[in-house]
Design a protein around this ligand. Structure first.
Ligand SMILES: C[S@@+](CC[C@H](N)C(=O)[O-])C[C@H]1O[C@@H](n2cnc3c(N)ncnc32)[C@H](O)[C@@H]1O
Length: 318
């Protein structure tokens, strides 16, 4: 400690600043030079948290081809749902500067286990999407669950969204490549940023079903996320969310949601997923941390009355 302090004191303030700046540039250079993980599921290397668990192994992936050095195509299948198959393009090249300093980039890193579990859940409950209008929020660079519904569940319409433009740009070729599997389902993608001041014009009140994976840990956006969900959902619509607890963030989201929704939390929602979870706890206990890795299922249904907050606002105005 003492020698460290002495070294610092021996530097002029300007040199200290340059030294810190140089360190930042070196770090940035390292990140820019680094390639994204070429496997489809999450890799530890590029994620900000210390998480090392990659997937529950509910879906299988086969590497197909690449368009260029910046991406890879994978075929996703599911042992338990044999007729299912989709081709997914995953970004694998080095991260650009705009990704590092721009909008939240967690959806361009990998397919997270909550998205894997959401996909598996949707495949196993395909009938609940038949002839429905479906929207995925925060789907990341693959919108895997939404595209799987489009390819497999005979939905009426599927809108795949994320707030990150790079993610949504990657979803366009995914839609194109899987087009022949959609049947009469209309599939589109667009950038949707969660914003409590946005009325979401053409799509307000349009969706029977909204899905979302691993998007609850942005505490500063929870209210915005609840607003967009409430606004886009039909009065009798249903929302399926999968997310790990991540401290008290999931709990906090549910607390906020009770203002506008009937909130149902289920931890053990599927025997296969539960067994995978117990196995991971036992066999991978050095890397598997329930709080960070196990996706809890939250179902939201709109309350029939106006949300509490809107009552308060109206009372204040009156
Ligand atoms: C952890 S990633 C999850 C991505 C994907 N659902 C998955 O599980 O693989 C969180 C996603 O939320 C999106 N996101 C974060 N804040 C957002 C906001 N304010 N508006 C819209 N999307 C946002 C990010 O762009 C990112 O794709």
């Amino acid at each position: 400690m003492a020698s460290g302090r002495k070294t610092c004191q021996s530097l002029s303030p300007r040199r200290m600043v340059m030294s810190a700046a140089r360190q930042r540039w070196r770090l940035l250079g390292q990140v820019l030079a680094r390639k994204r993980e070429s496997r489809p599921f999450r890799s530890e290397k590029h994620c900000a948290s210390t998480r090392k668990f990659i997937s529950f192994g509910l879906l299988s992936t086969t590497h197909l081809d690449t368009d260029d050095e910046f991406n890879s195509w994978y075929r996703y299948t599911c042992q338990d749902v044999t007729e299912f198959s989709v081709d997914i393009r995953q970004l694998t090249g080095p991260m650009g500067i705009e990704e590092l300093i721009g909008f939240n980039n967690t959806g361009n890193v990998c397919v997270w286990p909550s998205e894997e579990v959401l996909t598996y859940h949707c495949l196993k409950h395909k009938n609940s999407f038949r002839n429905k209008t479906v929207c995925e929020l925060g789907g990341g660079m693959t919108c895997l669950a939404g595209i799987s519904i489009a390819a497999f569940c005979e939905a009426k319409e599927v809108l795949l969204t994320d707030g990150n433009e790079i993610s949504v740009k990657n979803v366009h070729p995914i839609i194109k490549r899987n087009h022949s599997t959609f049947g009469s389902t209309k599939v589109t993608t667009r950038v949707i940023k969660w914003d409590k001041d946005n009325k979401y014009g053409d799509i307000a009140g349009y969706f029977d079903h909204i899905i979302c994976a691993d998007c609850l840990f942005f505490e500063q956006f929870q209210e915005d996320l609840l607003h967009v969900i409430y606004t886009l959902l039909k009065p009798e619509g249903l929302v399926t969310v999968f997310a790990p607890c991540r401290g008290n963030t999931l709990e906090q989201f549910c607390e906020m949601a009770i203002d506008g929704f009937v909130v149902e939390r289920t931890d053990n929602y599927d025997q296969t997923v539960w067994e995978k979870h117990l196995q991971a706890k036992e066999k991978e206990h050095d890397i598997y941390i329930e709080d960070r890795h196990y996706p809890v299922m939250i179902i939201l249904r709109k309350l029939k009355v106006t949300p509490h907050r809107l009552h308060v606002q109206a009372a204040n105005q009156g």
